[in-house]
Design a binder for this molecule. Structure first.
Ligand code: ZN
Length: 486
């Protein structure tokens, strides 16, 4: 007897428990991929596995529904492996220890991998059920989604004919994902010329900002410590002469930086004025950000007097100009879905080294031309100031389609089954649907899934009742897609 035996829908929970017995963290997916191929073979279904261990399983339409356009059901097989520090668990060897509590399934002290094990479990349960009415099915399980969507990037879709895609990698029941942002990482290098300066060294620090994810939390009005550091340096310029040794802040391009610092050199007689200006700027920020970043602080600490290597006045001026003038934060909001960000950029990392001042942005938009516009602005400004730009990690958007038939159908069935109105959303971050949208133009897609909480943490859990209603919704959508065009 499994821990989940007796839960409904029975075969979905059966497969989910089987999946949990097989280690399947990112980059450790051969075993789970082989298991999926094994299930396909036992069901006598056509299947293929590629070099990235992606699995594609095809099932012909139910008799009489051959004319309906094919449907792709898709999710990722890799999971995020995180455990509580006091738990003994080897994600490479051990199966997950499942438990049921108050209507939720969780794993004991580890992530559950319901993100995205639910897609595998539902996909297999659908494939084995010969009583269902369905169009031709193409069930696609990808790898390494959690570490950069490498499986979906490598996936060959040339043999796939699906007109519709049901992605099962969302985790809020009743919320239907209908678009995502594309993105690119932009790196600017402003070369710096060095000079010598005498004076007292001072460290000016901005800290205590809330930070957060540069996609999901870009609409919270939070301060960006790197951008604010530029403003602080500009404020100081109004008051006193000073030189800059270095500026730095932030850790990752896709995190809003919560702290930053500048090391400067000033005449000893100006040190008090500079400190007061910095503290006054701190009070200004405390006022402006009292709701979004109540912990913001600015500090100024005096160091030793001496002779230091600093940026020339011209190099410093270009750097301060760029931090003051460069676009940052939300650039456009969606006109289709009020309240949802459409385009944004985040200066996540600021560094100084022998080459100069490095700045790294995460640029996002669900409209490709707006992503290009933001990249162009960064490139134009950087090059005009004598610097160089490089781009990396480009990934495609999934443009919102207000006429999506499959999204409309999900809303219709959801309301009929639950009496509640579903919510259509887009996400300001990349998902696999963006890659599939690019590879298969015209594919009509939606992403949904059962209620999961605190994914990517040892508190991850899956709601049992939500799994049942989500599965019922999926089956009805599949049936109506078959009947519509049959
Ligand atoms: Zn996922």
């Amino acid at each position: 007897m499994g821990v989940l035996s007796g839960l409904q829908p029975e075969r979905v929970f059966y497969y989910f428990e089987e999946i949990c017995k097989i280690p399947h963290g990112s980059y450790d997916v051969k075993a789970i991929s082989d298991y999926l191929m094994g299930v396909a073979a036992s069901l006598h279904l056509e299947a293929r596995q590629d070099e990235e261990y992606n699995v594609v399983i095809k099932k012909p339409a139910a008799p009489g529904y051959e004319k309906a356009p094919a449907l792709m059901i898709q999710g990722h097989m890799d999971m995020v492996c995180v455990k509580n520090p006091d738990v003994v668990h080897d994600f490479k060897k051990d199966g997950l220890k499942l438990a049921i509590e108050d209507g939720w399934v969780h794993a004991c002290g580890t992530t559950l991998g319901a993100d995205d094990g639910v897609a595998l479990a539902m996909g297999l349960a659908i494939l084995e059920d010969d009583s269902l009415i369905h169009p031709a099915l193409e069930v696609v399980f990808t790898t390494e989604e959690e570490v950069g969507m490498e499986g979906a990037i490598a996936l060959d879709t040339s043999d796939l004919k699906a007109a519709y895609l049901l992605n099962l990698d969302s985790e809020a029941e009743g919320h239907f994902l209908a678009g995502c942002a594309g993105g690119v990482k932009v790196h600017s290098l402003l070369p710096v010329k060095a000079a010598e300066a005498e004076g007292v060294k001072m460290t000016l620090g901005i800290s205590g900002l809330a930070g957060g994810h540069s996609g999901a939390e870009i609409d919270k009005g939070r301060g960006n410590a790197n951008i604010l550091l530029g403003r602080l340096l500009y404020e100081l310029d109004k008051q006193a002469m000073y030189h800059v040794i270095s500026v730095e802040g932030g850790e990752k391009d896709n995190a809003i930086p919560s702290d930053s610092r500048a090391v400067i050199v000033a005449a000893p007689e100006d040190a008090d004025l500079i400190r007061e200006t910095a503290l006054a700027f701190g009070r200004t920020l405390a006022n402006e950000f009292h709701t979004s970043d109540p912990g913001v602080r600015v500090e100024a600490v005096c160091g030793e007097a001496g002779s230091y290597e600093v940026m020339t006045t011209s190099s410093k001026g270009k750097m301060v100009f760029m931090l003051m003038e460069v676009p940052n934060g939300i650039q456009t909001m969606s006109a289709d879905l009020p309240g949802l960000p459409e385009s944004s950029l985040n200066l996540g990392v600021l560094r100084t080294d022998e080459e100069g001042v490095h700045m790294t942005w995460a640029v996002r938009s669900s409209v490709k031309s707006l992503k290009t516009l933001m990249s162009d602005k960064l490139q134009y400004m950087t090059e005009l100031l004598g610097g160089e730009v490089t781009f990396s990690g480009d990934y495609p958007e999934w443009p919102f389609n207000p006429g999506s038939e499959i999204c409309e159908l999900c809303l219709e069935v959801y309301e009929a089954q639950t009496g509640k109105k579903g919510v259509v959303e887009t996400i300001h971050a990349g998902v696999e649907c963006g890659l599939l949208a690019e590879k298969m133009p015209g594919l009509d897609m939606v992403s949904m899934g059962p209620e999961l909480l605190e994914i990517h943490t040892p508190r991850e859990r899956m709601n049992i009742a939500s799994m049942a209603s989500t599965y019922a919704l999926v089956l009805e959508v599949i049936k109506r897609l078959a009947e519509r065009k049959a």
